[in-house]
Design a protein around this ligand. Sequence first.
Ligand SMILES: [Zn+2]
Length: 495
Amino acid sequence: MPLYQDQELKIYNSLSSKKEIFKPINEGCVGMYVCGPTVYSNVHLGNVRTFMSFDMIFRYLKHLGYKVRYVRNITDAGHLENDADEGEDKITKKARLEQIEPMEVVQRYTVDFHNILDILNFLPPSIEPTATGHIIEQIELIKNIIGKGFAYEVDGSVYFDVHKFNTSYDYGKLSKRKLDDLIHNTRTLDGQSDKKNPQDFALWKKAEPQHIMRWPSPWGDGFPGWHLECTAMSTKYLGETFDIHGGGMDLKFPHHECEIAQNEAAVGKSPVNYWMHANMLELNGQRMSKTTGNTINPNELLSGNNDKMSKAYSPNAIRFFMAQSSYRSVLDLTDDGLKASEKGLNKLLEAIAIIDKLITSKTSEGFDISTWRQRCYDAMNDDFNSPILIAELFNAVKYINQIKDGTAHISAEDLKLLSLTFNAFIFDILGLKKEASTTEDNTHKLNSTIEILIKLRAEARANKDFALSDQIRDELLAIGIQLKDGKDGTLFSTN
Ligand SMILES: [Zn+2]
C-alpha cells in the first residue's frame, strides 16, 4: 500500500490563503509545474532557494508513493526587462552586450544552472521544456484567446484584454488585487503603447527589424509574451487543470495572475488546484541586490571566494541550512547561520555513521520509535515543515547517542525502523548527500589519518626500521605535510 494512503498531506494554497488537504486530480498521480529560470545570467541564489524548496517537495511526494510528473521550464525567450511588456528582451540584451548569439547566452547559463543544481544534489525534473521549443503551442493558444474575445491585435502585437476578462472572471484573485485599485495606481499611458489599457499584457510582441529572436506568426514576425509560455507548456504536459503550480513569491503578480487569466480565457477553467509560493532569501538581514553589492552567487558561496562569508560551505551545509527554515518564511543567509548548520549537520551525519553499529537489547527503552516516525511525517504533512522535521531528527540523534553510551536501549526491530526512517528523511527527502560533506569534517579526517601515520612511523623507529620511518616522513613531505620531531612527540604542519 502506498504511503500516501496513510498520511494526510496539507498544503498551504496561496489562492485560498489556507492550508488544505491535498487531493490530486488523478489518484496516485501528481502533476507539478514550477516556473524555471530565465537563462540570461548565472542562477541567483534566491532562485536556488525556491528550486530547492520544490526539489524537497518533489522528493517528499515521490517518497509518499505518488507518481509525480514535475515540469520545470527554461525561459529562453520573451522575458523583457523589468518583467514588463516594454524594454529589451533580457537574453537579447546580454547577447548584444557580449557580442554573441542569443542562443549562446541561453546555452551558457542553462549549463551553469544545471551544474549548480547538480552540485547541490537536485533531482532533475521529469520534463524541462523551453519557451523557444513551444512557439507553435503559444501561437495556437493566442489564436484561441483571440477567438474567445479576450485578446486584440494592434500593429503586429497581441494583447490580453484584462478589463474585458474581468467582466466574466476575477482578475487579481491570486495576488488579492482588485482591478479598480490597479487602475488607480497605474500611471496614464504616455502614448507610446498600443495597449487599450495599461493593465493589458502582451501575448505576442512585434519584433522590430533589429530584434534577432523572432518567429513568423499570423500577426507577423515577433516573439511570445513571457507569461504565455508557462500556460502553453503546463497545459501541454499536465493538462488544462493540474495539481500544483509553484514559483517564487515575486512571480505571484503579474506572472501567475496572468497565467490564470490566460487559462481561464482559453478554456474557461482555473489551471491549478494548489498554488505554492516560496519566500525570499536575504543576505545579512537585507534584500539581495546587485546595485547595493549585497549579493552572493552560488559559486562564490561554494568556493568561499567572496567577502561575505568567512569560509567555503559545502553543498550539504547549504542544503541543510535552507531546510532549517520553512519554504514560506523569509530566510536570512548569514555566516553564523551557515556555521551553526554545519555543526548540526555533522551531528546528524555522526549519528548516521553509528546507527547500524548500535548494540540492540530485548526491548526498547527511552524512546517510542513508531510515534517518533509518525511525528516526522506529521511535520512534512504540515505543508512540508522541514524545520520541525529537523527538530525531530535531532530528538533521534539524542536517543542514538544515549544508546551508544548505554543509557538507553533499543530492540533489533525498532533499530531497523529507526535506521530506515532516519536515512529516508535525511537522504531521500532532505536530499543531503551520503559522503562526508563538510570541509571541517574532511580536515578532521585528514588530521586523524596523519596521526595514524605518525604512530606507525614511531613504531617503525622503535623497531629500528629506519627505511620505513624515513619513507613515511619523506612521502608526507612530498605532498606538503611536514613532520617535526620534538620532546613532546611528533607534530606536523600542512601547507
Ligand atoms: Zn512561469
